[in-house]
Design a protein around this ligand. Structure first.
Ligand SMILES: *Cc1c(COP(=O)(O)O)cnc(C)c1O
Length: 383
């Protein structure tokens, strides 16, 4: 019986660590091979030998990464893309001409850039709302085809209630897609709260080593929109390359230990800095003082993730001195890697951005908690 234990019964940690079914049937190798072929030969009857034809449609290595992601989210199937935004573009291409998207006021700025571009060219229409205001979301959802949400929200880490958004979307006949990049499937599994589609920038926690750019869409069920998204990816070629898929499989094997350690460190840092004399406030859903804490306790589990923001007392100058004095936290964009990063967001987003001047976004890695706290302490002294 044990040998036949179905994948559905295995826990996510086991699925990730064993890469679902990594043992190669032909050689017994316990690490999956990397298939690089772009094209596949036919047999004597002119039939395809396996199920693959040409790698713009997929191959064994790419399929393997997709099966793992679908299993980790508890979805029907996944598709991987050359970047997170390529996945979002692929999803938007399934909308009717001029189809309406409801999106949050504050979310990942690259996604916003893409929605604005598609709206400017007339491909879609977009309405932005405050997603903590349910009446506003309800009004905006009328006639919408897609509700796009992100939780926790970059870079305030506000927590949006997936269940409430799903109910509103479904009442309006729309689909709910959740950008779950910052949470990862360790912390939040949006299908359990009513989402229809889950989105990941696999560049972040799923790969976790800052060496793969990629994205994923996961669907709860097979339906016409999923088939349309598959067709769009096949004809536009937004698929993740085999080597990146192979690295992603390798990265996901340690997903749970990485995310748990990052969550552990992030909570320790948030608690340590919350009452620090040089800190105005700390934004982290794991803190009781955070406005999203109640929803977070319902919706997040196994930690509150590795992302937090620190607002330094003072303005651009003090905040600039703080980030430049950090030695362990690397001054780089992105998130979800094993190494800690810190970024002065106002400098990156520019003067028009509503982001506070003193906000530093921190992606907490898996280093020793004491080393990270010591680095923040010495840098705050110089703020
Ligand atoms: C990085 C990121 C994206 C975009 O993904 P890319 O892989 O950079 O294209 C989308 N959403 C969130 C929350 C992200 O952090």
């Amino acid at each position: 019986m044990a040998a036949n234990m179905s994948d559905g019964k295995r826990r996510p940690e086991t699925i990730a660590a064993q890469a679902l079914d990594a043992v190669d049937k032909v050689t017994g190798a316990i690490v999956p091979p990397l298939y690089t072929a772009t094209t596949y030969a036919r047999d004597d009857d002119y039939q395809l030998v396996g199920k693959h034809l040409y790698s713009r449609y997929g191959n064994e290595t790419i399929d393997h990464a997709e099966r793992i992601i679908a299993a980790l989210e508890g979805g029907h199937a996944a598709m991987v893309y050359a970047s997170g935004l390529a996945g979002l573009a692929g999803l938007l291409e399934t909308l009717q001409p001029g189809g309406k998207v409801v999106a949050p006021n504050i979310f990942y700025w690259g996604s916003r850039d893409l929605l604005n571009h598609m709206a400017r060219t007339g491909r879609i229409t977009v309405e932005y709302v405050d997603m903590t205001d349910e009446a506003a979301v309800k009004a905006a959802a009328m006639g919408a085809e897609l509700l796009w949400m992100e939780t926790p929200v970059n870079p305030t880490w506000d927590v949006v209630d997936i269940r409430r958004m799903a109910d509103i979307a479904h009442e309006a006949g729309a689909v709910l897609a959740v950008d779950s990049t910052a949470a990862s499937p360790v912390v939040t599994r949006p299908f359990e709260h009513g989402a229809d589609i889950v989105f990941h920038s696999v560049t972040k926690y799923l790969n976790g080593h800052s060496d793969v750019l990629g994205g994923a869409l996961v669907t709860k069920e097979d339906n016409a929109r999923w088939q349309a998204a598959k067709h769009v990816r096949a004809i536009t070629g937004g698929i993740l390359a085999p080597f990146e898929s192979w690295l992603l499989i390798r990265g996901m094997r340690t997903l749970h230990v990485r995310v748990r350690q990052a969550s552990h460190n992030a909570l320790a840092i948030a608690r340590h800095l919350e009452h620090h004399p040089k800190v105005e406030r700390v934004l982290y859903p794991g803190l009781q003082s955070h406005p999203g804490h109640e929803i977070a306790r319902r919706q997040m589990g196994d930690g509150f993730g590795g992302m937090l923001s620190v607002c330094v007392k003072g303005g651009m100058a003090e905040t600039g001195r703080f980030v430049r004095a950090l030695k362990l936290f690397l001054p780089a964009t992105s998130l979800g890697g094993v190494e800690s990063l810190a970024e002065h967001r106002k400098v990156i987003e520019g003067p028009e951005s509503p982001i506070p001047d003193n906000l530093v976004r921190i992606s907490v890695g898996i280093e020793a908690e004491a080393d990270l706290i010591a680095d923040l302490e010495q840098a705050l002294e110089k703020a």
